[in-house]
Design a protein. Structure first.
Length: 342
């Protein structure tokens, strides 16, 4: 059987890269690959601790070689893209020179202010293929001499509706209490302050699902302590309950490589208030009727008299452009073109 290794800093967790990587793992298995997962942390097949974002030292070259020794193809999930552990990335790149690999790019360094000084990622090799999760990044990579294709993230469009009543009871939310969900990690670019302001303006309870990362804890505590709306901090496993419980989803990010929540909210027929991040505009241009995160009045009016037809149109667009089936067809075409299908 043909073996494919999927490698990253972390896999199997609740971050966006892990969630998207899992859909690729499922697709690769459906194509006939024997898939193994390799990461510095998470519930994976092979742990290489030096790959973790906060690893004190990079993994020895031999350890990465051993972890990937039986792989006919390697899929690199963002580890060759964002410089979160540059030393570890350098080791992986050296091991993969001259080997078939797909680099799945989520967050190139020039798209983050704190990484803009790093110019030697991503790298290229004649044996590699490059995939971006949006067309903006595809264009920017081509300007830097790297040819890539865009494969949008795929979503299970057949998910059930989730347990609205049970989830709200679990959160101690009253039946008529207005609840807005913010399904993100708590970091600066996610727009925590803007999400709180929107909830305050509309009179909604603010439900933050993610924990603080990247040193954002102190700022988060300050913002939540000053909030003039009820705040719930309760993580839930990724799934339909996250979108069944709230009356709307808030996503006022300033930057995202993609941004899964607006698509997931659309599939769940939930209104979503979206920030001005560039890829969000790319997705909106497909026809989505999303609200501006800085326009609480329009969202308030919608909630008072919901336009169910608009929510149905959003769901139809999400199914058309972002189904798992579409993602699998695109990935299979890439593998077929490269001659890498089992």
């Amino acid at each position: 059987m043909t073996t494919c290794a999927v490698i990253s800093f972390r896999l199997g967790l609740t971050d966006g890269v892990s969630i998207v990587a899992e859909t690729w793992v499922d697709a690769l298995r459906s194509f006939g690959f024997d898939v193994i997962t390799v990461a510095g942390e998470g519930p994976v097949d092979r742990i290489v601790s030096g790959l973790a974002i906060d690893a004190p030292s990079p993994p020895p070259l031999s350890e990465v070689e051993d972890a990937l020794a039986d792989a006919d193809l390697v899929v690199v999930e963002n580890l060759g893209t964002i410089p979160l552990n540059v030393a570890a990335t350098s080791v992986v790149l050296e091991v993969l020179r001259g080997r078939p690999a797909i680099f799945h790019h989520h967050d190139p360094p020039w798209q983050r202010e704190r990484f803009a000084h790093i110019t030697d990622l991503p790298q290229d090799d004649p044996h590699w293929r490059h995939v971006t999760i949006n067309r903006l990044t595809q264009r920017e990579m081509e300007e830097r001499g790297i040819t890539a294709v865009t494969i949008y993230n795929g979503f299970d469009v057949r998910l059930d509706k989730g347990d609205r009543r049970g989830t709200r009871a679990r959160l101690d939310v009253a039946p008529k209490e207005l609840l807005f969900a913010h399904p993100v990690r708590a970091i600066g670019r996610k727009g925590i302050a803007e999400a709180i302001s929107l909830c305050e303006a509309v009179g909604a309870t603010y439900w933050l699902l993610g924990a603080p990362e990247e040193g954002y804890g102190e700022e988060l505590e300050r913002l939540l302590a000053g909030a003039e709306c009820r705040v719930i901090r309760q993580p839930l496993p990724h799934g339909p309950d996250i979108y069944a419980a709230p009356d709307a989803v808030v996503f006022p990010s300033t930057w995202e490589g993609f941004g899964n929540p607006p698509i997931e909210a659309s599939l769940a027929r939930r209104p979503v208030a979206v920030g001005p991040y560039p890829v969000g505009r790319e997705l909106r241009d497909l026809g989505f009727e999303w609200f501006d995160a800085d326009d609480p009045a329009t969202l308030r009016s919608f909630l008072a008299d919901p336009d169910l037809a608009a929510l149905a149109r959003n769901r139809a667009l999400a199914i058309e452009h972002f189904s798992l089936d579409r993602m699998r067809r695109c990935l299979r075409a890439l593998l077929d073109e490269a001659g890498w299908l089992p």
